[in-house]
Design a protein around this ligand. Structure first.
Ligand SMILES: NC(=O)c1ccc[n+]([C@@H]2O[C@H](COP(=O)([O-])OP(=O)(O)OC[C@H]3O[C@@H](n4cnc5c(N)ncnc54)[C@H](O)[C@@H]3O)[C@@H](O)[C@H]2O)c1
Length: 300
């Protein structure tokens, strides 16, 4: 098959690209390199086609999508604190850009698997979180994901097959940036021989899922005959940020206690997926236990 990956130079997109190549698929990538890096694709550059295109540019996108069989849509602005400052731009890229991708899928009659987020739920009354829980995002980034889902529902009515994956906290090799996920932040500090900094009290609870498992969820959703849905992509297990810091300190072998700092705006208290529906509908389940994933990440 020939697939398009938007945001393929990003953390998750580049892992999807690698999985697709491993499985023998042809891969085209569009990415404007806003937070993406070509270095993530260095090892596979001979086997992909890459175009520096902004997903807001429908005409240019259309020129590049001949003969594709499906789209993995990952491109987005992704930094929660920044989304408060640049709300309009976040809506433009995440919502209008996604509208372009769905329009192309409709035109070519192909399936899209796109990155939604657990941020659509906001602060929930109970965990684990099921897909039918109310959407109640507490930051502009999460609101763009809700809008993307509304667009998906609109295109579902036109018989376009679209699956939105609500990723929980994704971690793994290749995550970069000042606002990278907490595991990457803690790891960077430990590598510099500094204790991890916890924002807030550390009793926030998160469901961490390995990027390799997220890539697999994408491919399984694409290949599944299940046409249209929103599905949680997490492990169903949760850990507090304080506990996470302690485990990572232990793996590092250093004698530290975490430092506590102010909480982050737009941070939810509890996040833990119910993954029953993903198992039922596209037969996906995670493989990598957090402890194993952390060891792998920190010892490499
Ligand atoms: N990392 C997580 O824990 C997590 C959790 C939930 C959802 N997501 C979603 O997963 C997707 C991938 O996230 P990531 O963590 O890999 O982030 P990332 O920033 O590494 O990847 C996003 C990619 O999109 C590209 N991009 C941004 N604006 C673009 C535009 N206008 N045109 C073309 N390309 C553009 C960037 O250059 C980058 O390569 C995003 O949609 C994000 O919202 C991530």
């Amino acid at each position: 098959m020939k697939y398009l990956v938007t945001g393929g130079a990003g953390f998750i997109g580049s892992n999807i690209v690698k999985l697709l190549l491993q499985k023998g698929h042809e891969v085209s990538i569009v990415d404007n390199l806003h937070t993406g890096h070509l270095s993530r694709l260095e090892n596979v550059k001979e086997n992909i086609s890459f175009e520096n295109i902004d997903i807001r540019n429908y005409e240019k996108l259309l020129e590049k999508v001949a003969n594709i069989d499906g789209i993995f849509h990952q491109a987005a602005l992704t930094i929660v604190p920044e989304s408060f400052e640049k709300t309009e731009e976040y809506f433009d890229v995440n919502v209008n850009g996604t509208n372009n991708i769905f329009k192309i899928a409709e035109k070519l009659n192909i399936k899209v698997v796109f990155a939604s987020s657990s941020s659509v739920y906001g602060n929930v009354k109970k965990v684990p979180i099921k897909e039918n829980f109310e959407k109640n995002p507490i930051n502009p980034y999460g609101k763009t994901k809700v809008e993307k889902e509304k667009l998906a529902e609109k295109f579902w009515n036109n018989n376009v097959n679209i699956i939105g994956l609500r990723y929980f906290n994704v971690y793994g090799k290749g995550q970069t940036g000042t606002y990278a996920g907490v595991i990457t932040q803690f790891m960077k500090r430990l590598e510099k021989n500094l204790p991890p900094i916890i924002h807030g009290k550390g009793n926030q609870v998160r469901d961490f899922v390995a990027v390799e498992d997220v890539a697999k969820a994408n491919l399984m959703s694409m290949e599944s005959s299940h046409p249209q849905d929103f599905l949680n992509v997490g492990t169903g297990k949760a850990i507090s940020i304080l506990e996470l810091a302690k485990i990572m300190i232990k793996i590092s072998g250093k004698d530290f206690s975490p430092i506590f700092d102010d909480g982050l705006p737009g941070d939810v208290e509890e996040s833990q997926a119910d993954v029953t529906r993903s198992k039922d509908k596209v037969d996906w389940n995670y493989d990598m236990e957090l402890g194993v994933g952390l060891e792998k990440l920190m010892r490499n």
